[in-house]
Design a protein around this ligand. Structure first.
Ligand SMILES: C[S@@+](CC[C@H](N)C(=O)[O-])C[C@H]1O[C@@H](n2cnc3c(N)ncnc32)[C@H](O)[C@@H]1O
Length: 291
């Protein structure tokens, strides 16, 4: 229960961040005993470059305290999405904080929003989405990899996020997001190898008021296919021209908006890339930030 609310003291079962330095941090659960490789319950001793820490000794300690290990000391911190992104167990490539901040901003998320995400991957972005829309909003996150979906579900429960985040194991390219999501989303985010196969499912997921769309792709070809997909002409430009936020390339972030139902025909006929309004093979109005 350490992500969902501010806490003073560490309880058994909490996830904590052991901070040795900015480049040497570890996340683990406070469990006094663990199973060894023979399946026997043994004392949980966490090994670091500054020596060993008896995990049971953290129970009752205040978050932010300095804790002694056998060959040095560290700070024990309450986790947040930024620290989790730096320490989580990687099951996939993940999205990092600089990109996450841009995504959360452009999706115009707020407390109470309904946001759809695929794939869940390692849950890096999902934690930031949950903090932004919780405690009364919803994150519906989809991954077709059974084990990843299962582990992510367990992690969100351990982190006290089950009331906000719901994980489903589903191939969204083939099956979309499901009827119970249709017409409910304020925002949709895709981090998938074939996002162009999901754009028409995305359009169906939005509320009649429309909403915000973003897609992360490492390669420019993926971005090109996404903006050329059949339903992409319903999506319109959000923005362009902002600063690069990181040294080096992480991926292309494509942002778009879906107007409210009543405005969709008006805006497509007034589309600047299609001045004749004849739908004659014009480029969809989506723009991309290459980070
Ligand atoms: C790069 S990872 C997402 C990482 C995530 N954004 C994060 O920050 O941790 C991509 C995920 O998409 C999932 N995936 C790929 N194709 C999919 C599909 N058609 N339907 C659902 N999930 C899919 C993969 O199993 C993988 O876990």
């Amino acid at each position: 229960m350490s992500f969902s609310r501010d806490k003073t003291e560490i309880d058994e079962g909490d996830t904590v961040i052991l901070y040795l330095s900015a480049s040497n941090m570890h996340a683990f659960r406070v469990q006094p005993t663990i199973k060894n490789k023979h399946g026997e319950l043994v004392e949980n001793v966490f090994q670091t470059t500054y020596g060993a820490l008896k995990v049971a000794s953290l129970v009752g300690v205040k978050f932010g305290s300095k804790v002694q290990m056998s060959r040095g000391w560290a700070f024990v911190l309450q986790p947040n999405p930024e620290l989790w992104t730096l320490t989580l167990p990687h099951r996939t490539q993940i999205i990092y904080t600089a990109d996450i901040s841009l995504i959360v901003f452009h999706l115009e998320l707020r407390p109470g929003s309904f946001v759809v995400e695929s794939g869940t991957g390692s849950g890096s972005l999902t934690h930031a989405l949950a903090r932004r829309v919780g405690p009364h909003g919803t994150v519906r996150t989809f991954d077709f990899h059974d084990q990843r979906a299962q582990i992510a579900t367990e992690e969100f429960a351990q982190h006290g996020l089950s009331n906000v985040v719901q994980v489903a194991c589903r191939d969204v390219s083939c099956d979309g997001f499901g009827e119970d999501v249709q017409g409910r989303a304020d925002a949709v985010f895709l981090d998938l190898p074939h996002p162009w196969l999901v754009v028409h499912h995305t359009v169906a997921a939005f509320k009649s008021d429309g909403g915000r769309f973003a897609s992360f792709s490492p390669c420019i070809e993926q971005r090109s296919q996404t903006v050329a997909s059949d339903s992409s002409d319903k999506l319109e430009l959000v923005c362009t021209n902002y600063q690069n936020t990181m040294p080096g390339h992480t991926g292309y972030l494509t942002f778009a908006t879906l107007p409210p139902v009543w405005a969709r025909n008006i805006s497509s006929s007034a589309c600047p890339s299609d001045p004749d309004g004849d739908d004659g093979g014009s480029a969809p109005v989506i723009e991309t930030a290459g980070l």
